[in-house]
Write a protein that binds this ligand. Sequence first.
Ligand SMILES: Cc1cc2nc3c(=O)[nH]c(=O)nc-3n(C[C@H](O)[C@H](O)[C@H](O)COP(=O)(O)O)c2cc1C
Length: 500
Amino acid sequence: MDRLSINLQETAQWGAKSLYIATLVFILLGFFIHPLFHIGTAFLMVFVVINLYFKHIQTHHTILRNFGLLGIFRYLLESIGPEMRQYFFSSDTEERPFNRTERTEVYRKAKDIDSTESFGSQLEFDHHEVKLKHSMFPTDKLKPYKVTFGDERKIKNTYTINKPMMISAMSFGSLGEQAIRSLSKGAKIAGIPMNTGEGGLSPYHLSGGADIIFQMGTAKFGVRNPDSSLNEKKLKELANIPQVKMIEIKFSQGAKPGKGGLLPKEKITEEIAKIRHVPLDQDVVSPPRHIECDNPQNTVKFIKKVQDISELPVGIKFCLGNERDFTNLIQEMKRTKIFPDYIAVDGAEGATGAAPKSFMDNVGIPLIPALDFITEYLDRQKLRGKLKIVASGKLINPGKQLTAMAHGADAVYTARGFMLALGCIQALQCNKGTCPVGITTHDWKLQRGIVVEDKANRVANYVKNLNHEIQELLTATGSESVADLDKSKLYVRPISQEGD
Ligand SMILES: Cc1cc2nc3c(=O)[nH]c(=O)nc-3n(C[C@H](O)[C@H](O)[C@H](O)COP(=O)(O)O)c2cc1C
C-alpha cells in the first residue's frame, strides 16, 4: 500500500497559486465593492513579495527557493524541534546529555522535596554496566568525610573540604552575574568551594562569601601578561585574597581538550576587560597550551612556580588524552619530587559554554577509563599518596559520584549538576546568550528571573541531599569512609554478557 504522503511541491504550487488568486480577488473587491478590501490586498501583497523573494532572489536556502513560503515551516519546525521533543515526544529516560529522570532528581534535591521513586528503576538493567555492591552487613559507624589539599607538601595554607563535592569551573562570561552570585552564596551556605573557571576572579564569585578555587586557563585571565604568560605579581596579589583557597592550573577540559579559543573584541565589555586584564579593543587569544609548558620538565617547573608564588595548594586539571604524555609528566614529577596537590580529571563527556562539535564528540578519554588509567598508574608507581584526585564528567547524582570515588577519586566536581540546581532546563543555548532561565546569559531581561536568595538555597539543598544520600550509599556498601571504597565495591557487567 502506498504510504500516506504529502506532495510538497504540488502543495507549494497550489499555495502560491491560491495566494496570487486571493490577492487578485481582493484587488477587484477593493475597486468594485469597498476600498477597505485594499487593506487585505496590502497584507496579501507582503506574502506575495516574500514568496517571490524566497523563490527567485535569495540564493542561500534551497528549500525556500524550491518551496517558497511553505519552506518556512520547515525552519520553524526545526527550530522548535528540541522543545517539541523535550515536552511531548521523548520518554523520561531518552534525552541527552541528561534525561528527564536525572534532571528531575536534581530539581527535587535542590527544592528539598522528596526525591524517592517507586516501583523500581527506570534504567536499562539488561545492558547497564556498573552497580555499587551493597554489603550484607551495612556499617553503622561512618567516619566523617575530610580531605585536605596540600598536606603532602606540609604547607602552611592547606585547604580541607568536609563534603566530597565541589562546584566545577564555570567562568563569569559563560555564566551571568546572577548565576555566579547564586552559586557563591549557595556554596557558602553548603560549606563547599566554587571554582572560578578560566575567566578570572569576578566580584560576583566573592559576593556570597564562598571559598574560591581560582582557575588559571591558558590565557591566565586575571593573572596574565599580554602574551598570556604568568604575571607573578598579580598571582601573588590574588593568592593573598583570603577567600582564595586553592589555585587550579587548567591544561585542558573534557569538552574541548587541546583547543584554544578566541575572545572577540565585541564581547569584551569594560567589566570583562577589568576582570580578565585584557584590552578593550583587541581580540584575545587563549592558546591551546600554557606558553610556559611545552614539555614535562617545564610543566613541572611551572607547577612549582605557581605553588611557590601562591603558597596555596595547587591542582592541575585535564582531560586524559595521549597516555604517554601523562606517564612522562608523572615520571618527571617523580624525578623532581614535585607534585601538584591534586589532579582534576575531566571526562570527555564534560561540558562547556561553547565548543566545536567535533571536539565535544570526538576528542578525549571518558571519565571512568581515564580515572582507572590514572589511579592504576599512580598505584603502580607508588605515588598515589602524593596527590588527591578529583573527578568530573556527568557526576550529578550520588550514585555516579560514589561510583567515581570507588574508581579512585577523593572528591568530585560537577558543573551541570549545579546549573540544574539553579533551574537549568537543558535548553542547550549556553553558546547563544539566550538562556531562557538566565543562567548562561548577560541579558538582564533574562537574568532578572533569577532570585539569588532562592537559588542559593537550592544550591545548598542540592549539596545537603547529595551528601546525605552519599552517606546512605556508603553505609549500604559497608564502607566506613570514601577512602575504604575501591573497585571491589563495584559490580561491572562482564563484556561477554553484553547484549544477551
Ligand atoms: C557553562 C560551562 C562553562 C564551563 N567553563 C569552564 C571553564 O572555564 N574551565 C574549565 O576547566 N571547565 C569549564 N567547564 C567544564 C566544567 O567545569 C566540567 O569540567 C565539565 O562540565 C564536567 O562536569 P559536569 O559533567 O558535571 O558538567 C564549563 C562547563 C560549563 C557547563
